[in-house]
Design a binder for this molecule. Structure first.
Ligand SMILES: Cc1ncc(COP(=O)(O)O)c(C=O)c1O
Length: 358
């Protein structure tokens, strides 16, 4: 049985993008962010290929445990840290590094005596206002952790809120706040996400934390992968399962919202929101049929989308379709669906079969 919708994961492109990170941040160690199933690409497969990274970052303890159970021995940082004392034991037993972003975590750690001390990352909230301790208590937190026998090493980090917008002043402000907060503390630091690495060289510290750029996607508002010399890792492919001819005035799809402006052919592509294609993609969103762009028409259904084949008069059932990836940047599809590439990559469903191509 052949699968219809496939995600082709180009591992060579993944290696290229890691190299691109090294080139852009030659003096920093790389913590590859592979949370959320490797941004939808398959966390374990991605981890295997990114063996040259210096560490991995995931969001949750469960993701870190999955990596350890698969035999990954590299340093692993858990960005959400721990929520309960029981978790801390697991961090210690499996040599995992929590991000400490809140005072309650420092207190929990003080109440727990670990046989095997853990390395931690102290996160400072320099303006994102999501997770992190206030800059003015950084030294106090650091001292508390420093005096804790369960803590083996402390590194310092923050996260940038607006690095994807090169005109925003917030990044400079965050860097200044960070530098002031950590002044005088002798510890390794890490700030830059993908946009920081590519757009804000001053955010490259001892460590960088790329996510999106590893998967070959530009982190910038309205950016494109080729501008950043990145190669898309995921290409979502399908095929035409019907070609039908309609008269001017005929309506297509749910809600009869799209009306044929003339007599024309409509192609039906096997791929819908049940596969992870965005329901909010608007008419004219580009789709590649036989390597050529054609516009989406009508509403996205669960299993199918429809495309205008006026520019593809010879298109026929079985012809190949690319929804995003090589030849069609996911950034463009995301824009047309009023979302971000991160969401599209993470949303591919388990009905889609994944093929890893090296
Ligand atoms: C704390 C932290 N660092 C780094 C990253 C990687 O960001 P990006 O995928 O934009 O490179 C993320 C992603 O959400 C994150 O939450």
């Amino acid at each position: 049985m052949t699968s219809v919708v496939e995600a082709h994961i180009n591992l060579k492109a993944l290696r290229h993008n890691l190299e691109r990170v090294r080139q852009a941040a030659p003096n920093s160690k790389i913590m590859a962010v592979i949370k959320a199933n490797g941004y939808g690409h398959g966390m374990l497969q991605i981890a295997e290929v990114l063996e040259q990274a210096d560490a991995f970052a995931v969001a949750r303890l469960s993701e870190a445990m999955q990596l350890r159970q698969a035999g990954v021995e590299k340093e692993i940082v858990v960005l959400e840290g721990f929520q309960a004392a029981n978790d801390i034991i697991q961090f210690s037993q499996h040599d995992l590094q929590p991000v400490i972003h809140h005072l309650f975590q420092i207190e929990l750690l003080q109440q727990t005596r670990l046989e095997q001390p853990i390395a931690v990352w102290l996160k400072i909230d320099t303006g994102m206002h999501r997770m992190g301790v206030a800059p003015n208590i950084t030294k106090q937190c650091w001292q508390q952790l420093h005096g804790n026998e369960s803590v083996a090493a402390i590194r310092l980090m923050t996260h940038l809120a607006s690095a994807d917008d090169l005109r925003s002043e917030q990044t400079q402000q965050q860097l200044a706040t960070f530098d002031q907060a950590v002044a005088g503390i002798d510890a390794e630091t890490g700030i830059a996400n993908s946009a920081g690495i590519l757009g804000w060289p001053k955010s490259q510290r001892d460590w960088v934390r790329p996510g999106l750029m590893l998967y070959g996607v530009s982190p910038f508002v309205a950016g494109r992968c080729e501008d950043e010399k990145l190669q898309p890792v995921m290409t979502l492919v399908s095929c035409l399962i019907a070609v039908n001819h309609f008269k001017q005035g005929d309506t297509i799809g749910y809600g009869a919202s799209w009306v044929c402006p003339e007599d024309m052919s409509i192609g039906v592509v096997a791929c819908g929101y049940g596969d992870g294609y965005p329901r909010h993609a608007v008419p004219d969103t580009p789709v590649l049929v036989n390597g050529q762009r054609v516009p989406l028409v009508a509403r996205v259904s669960m299993d199918t989308i429809c495309v205008d084949l006026r520019q593809q008069p010879d298109a026929t059932v079985g012809d190949p379709v690319v929804l995003w990836g090589e030849g069609l940047p996911v950034e463009e599809v995301a824009q047309a669906a009023s979302t971000i590439p991160y969401e599209l990559l993470c949303s591919v469903t388990n009905r889609v079969s994944f093929h890893y191509i090296s």
